[in-house]
Write a protein that binds this ligand. Sequence first.
Ligand SMILES: [Zn+2]
Length: 95
Amino acid sequence: MFQLIRTLILLLIVVLVIRRIAKIGLSLWAGFAAAKTRPSASSEQADIGSQPNAMSLVLDPVCGTYVGIDASLKRIVNGKVIHFCSPECRDQYAA
Ligand SMILES: [Zn+2]
């Protein structure tokens, strides 16, 4: 009877240890997979490719200044988006 209990406890310990190892292995694998996908050349190139797009400059037709597309004032004229550096330029274009 004692031996059965001892065997059961041993089995439990073994199962617990295996589960712990599996958990560590899984987290290690997940970390490895994340580290592998993040600095990959293709994703980095995609980042570089998308960044100038977000930071791209547009010409203000009134004063001829290039403005960041995010910072510019936008106005839709005849279905085209016109970008301005300032409200003054925007008002001048409308006039
Ligand atoms: Zn301007």
